[in-house]
Design a protein around this ligand. Structure first.
Ligand SMILES: C[S@@+](CC[C@H](N)C(=O)[O-])C[C@H]1O[C@@H](n2cnc3c(N)ncnc32)[C@H](O)[C@@H]1O
Length: 317
């Protein structure tokens, strides 16, 4: 995949940062991770299946191919948990924990067209949205995702595609990106609340954008009745790494302070089990949102904090 990225990247507006991206990614892939042999053998087995053409058949990223379900399933299951999706591969439905199309539907009519654009998807997971961005006609959609398993999942899906779209996922953090304003559109979805320094994250996102470029920011928020922001003392909805839950007004101010303009709040949605739920593809730990909420009051998390609600802001560099 890195080879394909290197070859294609040179033809895009990312050509000047391409060598650095390749170098950083090769280093990240060389880490000592005991799971790599298992994941690599899964990819190897998957790549022997018949590839097919890809398209978006909501809710699925669908690959039109003639695979044998019982032969492909064990290899894909070596890459669990499949959090993001869903995917349809021939007759095999890879039903991920999250119904990604629901988020995409909330934002797709509000963003500037991606046709011909250079797009960055920060915290791309396995690349479900990165593929959608490329299928919308982006010149290149680059996902960055430090968690290695999700890079392997991206690769698994890609190896089943005949003529994959111009989507790539590299094992990088936003903080590692070369400081060059290269992108027309930047997505940061489900990432801000994982950052200890949210202002720095917003500034780094801004630094990625060309003048007039667009940021799509999706993150957990709280209703104003709960105050300006909550900083969870311990876990939030059983997650250990949640650092900030601002109100939408507070988040608006943070975006303003980071220098963004034309800030629009386009959606606020409570996360429900219709969007996030346990499926056969998440492995043995089958907990999902219903287990993260107070069993007697689904407006509260198990820790007594406001239940997950997410906002989408769109703003300009
Ligand atoms: C909750 S997932 C969201 C995935 C996807 N963007 C979505 O909206 O469904 C957040 C992802 O961001 C990644 N992430 C966390 N910090 C990051 C950083 N500093 N740079 C890039 N990715 C990061 C995590 O590894 C995780 O896979």
């Amino acid at each position: 995949m890195l080879k394909d990225f290197k070859k294609y990247c040179q033809l895009t507006h990312l050509s000047s940062i391409c060598p650095q991206l390749v170098d950083l990614s090769s280093k990240a892939l060389r880490v000592n991770n005991g799971n790599i042999p298992k994941w690599a053998s899964a990819i190897n087995a998957i790549s022997h299946h018949q590839p097919g053409y890809v398209s978006f058949k909501p809710p699925y990223i669908a690959i039109d191919t003639d695979i044998i379900i019982d032969e492909l399933t064990p290899s894909l299951k070596k890459l669990i948990p499949w959090r993001k999706g869903p995917y349809q591969i021939g007759k095999l439905t890879l039903d991920s924990e999250w119904c990604g199309d629901m988020k995409w539907n909330r934002l797709k009519d509000h963003i500037k067209p991606l046709q011909g654009k250079t797009v960055l998807d920060v915290g791309s997971g396995n690349g479900y949205f990165t593929y959608l961005m490329a299928l919308q006609g982006a010149n290149i959609a680059l996902g960055i995702e430090p968690f290695l398993l999700f890079n392997y999942q991206f690769q698994a899906i890609r190896s089943l595609m005949k003529h994959p779209p111009n989507a790539f996922v590299l094992p990088l953090k936003l903080e590692q990106m070369p400081a060059e304003s290269s992108f027309d559109t930047v997505f940061s979805m489900g990432v801000l609340y994982h950052q200890k320094d949210h202002i720095q994250h917003l500034q780094q996102l801004k630094a990625m954008l060309k003048t007039g470029g667009e940021l799509i920011l999706e993150t957990l928020i709280i209703d104003p009745v709960h105050g300006e922001q909550i900083i969870p003392k311990e876990r939030y909805a059983r997650m250990r790494n949640v650092w900030c839950l601002p109100s939408t007004n507070t988040l608006h101010t943070w975006l303003q302070n980071a220098g963004f303009k034309h800030i629009r709040l386009i959606d606020v949605t409570k996360t429900t089990p219709a969007e996030q739920r346990a499926t056969d593809w998440i492995g043995d730990n089958t907990q999902s949102i219903k287990d993260f909420l107070d069993p007697n009051d689904n407006n509260l998390t198990i820790e007594g904090l406001p239940a997950p609600k997410r906002a989408i802001f769109i703003c300009q560099q």
